[in-house]
Ligand binder design. Structure first.
Ligand SMILES: Cc1cc2nc3c(=O)[nH]c(=O)nc-3n(C[C@H](O)[C@H](O)[C@H](O)COP(=O)(O)OP(=O)(O)OC[C@H]3O[C@@H](n4cnc5c(N)ncnc54)[C@H](O)[C@@H]3O)c2cc1C
Length: 378
């Protein structure tokens, strides 16, 4: 009997893990990959949609295209997880697992910020990004505020990328001088582990007259006065508020008892949770690394090594080194690159490559490789 592996969530983590297991354990395991959505969207594609580079439909990669030995994709919503028994209930049935992997990512909690649903726009979901695109196409002046509303969010450079792309769009439309752009964030600097990258980002903000305020918490938006209420007592007027909402674990994960302090704690070497044969990777964990697709993918790859060693025998897999490449949109369609190693030494190391068109080519290649590997699409 093949080992039943059930993977919850077909994002960066779930897609990479199921691909590796299909490649290396096709005879030994049967993988069920479950996601409520019918398609995957790269995080950065949301910005492409928001700024009108690609349509909503173009950026979706459909799970029906996954054709891997021993991987079955099921479009179902997970409604309960019994971690002790490794039993998962969905809106369409029940799945029993020998090995259960939770890769359900982070949910966006718009309601956590008073006034946001009434008078702001989140741009972190594909639908939110598409909605903002239509608003940006009409705007002809005013105060635009980009607000990071929680201390823990996906892709730390994304708010700055948004500011640079917004500057370019407004410039192209001839309305930049009629607008202000202000970025508010509780982070102390753009990329806390690297002064070099942070300084480069802030220099670009200064050159483009993008204002920023770090260490700044937003308490809420006042729909009547149209001001952002800051925790330090200030009130900032806005015409358009673009939000990175508060993130939280999907409720079904919290209700399962898998989380402590809001996220799933894992053994950093094996991604094992406190329940036997239950693992977790990606944004849903409390691992001491940023929330990013490349991190989720790297963790999934290490977990694949762990499972291959468990099933086939052999020496234990080396731990995840936190060795990743992060591409940062820096305006005029150029991309900077940050090579980071988070976990190998006493402190993270980051190496910055300034923005260029070659960087943009490399990022396109990054996406193409994954489209082919995960979905068989050129
Ligand atoms: C604007 C933006 C730009 C970004 N840019 C980058 C970038 O350039 N590089 C980078 O590395 N990262 C980037 N990211 C971050 C990246 O997208 C995430 O960190 C990454 O997707 C996390 O992977 P994951 O597998 O943990 O979760 P996800 O990819 O979020 O996958 C989780 C999956 O679980 C599913 N799910 C959730 N709840 C349920 C349920 N109850 N039942 C069934 N299915 C469920 C969801 O549908 C989802 O498909 C960006 C993110 C955003 C928003």
């Amino acid at each position: 009997m093949p080992i039943r592996v059930v993977i919850l969530g077909a994002g960066f983590g779930g897609l990479e893990l199921s691909t590796r297991l299909a490649e290396e354990l096709a005879d030994e395991v049967r993988v069920t990959l479950i996601d409520q959505a019918d398609s995957f969207v790269f995080g950065f594609s949301k910005l492409d949609v928001m700024f009108g580079r690609r349509t909503f439909e173009e950026v979706h990669l459909h799970y029906r295209d996954i054709a891997k030995p021993n991987v079955e994709f099921r479009q179902e919503k997970v409604t309960a997880i019994d971690a002790e028994r490794r039993r998962v209930v969905t809106d369409k049935g029940t799945h029993e697992a020998d090995i259960l992997v939770v890769a359900l990512g982070a949910d966006l909690d718009v309601e956590a910020t008073p006034g946001l649903a009434e008078c702001g726009h989140e741009f972190y979901s594909p639908e939110g990004a598409a909605g903002v695109r239509d608003t940006l196409a009409r705007i002809d002046g005013g105060d635009i505020v980009i607000g990071v509303l929680g201390g823990f969010f996906k892709c730390p450079p994304a708010p700055y990328e948004t500011a640079f792309m917004l500057h370019d769009l407004l410039t192209r439309r001839g309305v930049r001088q009629a607008c202000t752009i202000t970025l508010l964030t509780p982070m102390p600097k753009p990329i806390p582990i690297s002064d070099e990258v942070s300084d480069a980002i802030l220099r670009l903000c200064d050159e483009r007259e993008i204002q920023y305020s770090h260490g700044t918490w937003v308490d809420g938006l006042d729909p009547e006065r149209r001001v952002v209420q800051l925790r330090d007592g200030r009130a900032l007027p806005f015409d358009l508020f673009l939000a990175v909402p508060v993130h939280r674990a999907p409720p079904v994960v919290v209700e399962s008892g898998l989380t402590d302090d809001g996220w799933i704690a894992v053994d950093p070497a094996t991604f094992a949770t406190k329940f036997p044969d239950v693992y977790a990777v990606g944004d849903i964990t409390s691992a001491p690394v940023p929330r990013a697709g490349v991190i989720a993918e790297g963790e999934a790859s290490t977990l694949a090594d762990v499972l291959v060693a468990k099933v086939k025998g052999g020496p234990p897999a080396p731990p995840f080194a936190g060795d990743i490449v992060c591409y940062v949109e820096m305006g005029n369609q150029t991309i900077g690159k940050v090579n980071v190693n988070f976990l190998s030494g006493p402190a993270p190391i980051a190496l910055f490559t300034p923005p260029s068109m070659e960087g943009a080519d490399e990022k396109r290649q990054f996406a193409a490789v994954r489209r082919l590997r995960w979905f068989g699409k050129d």
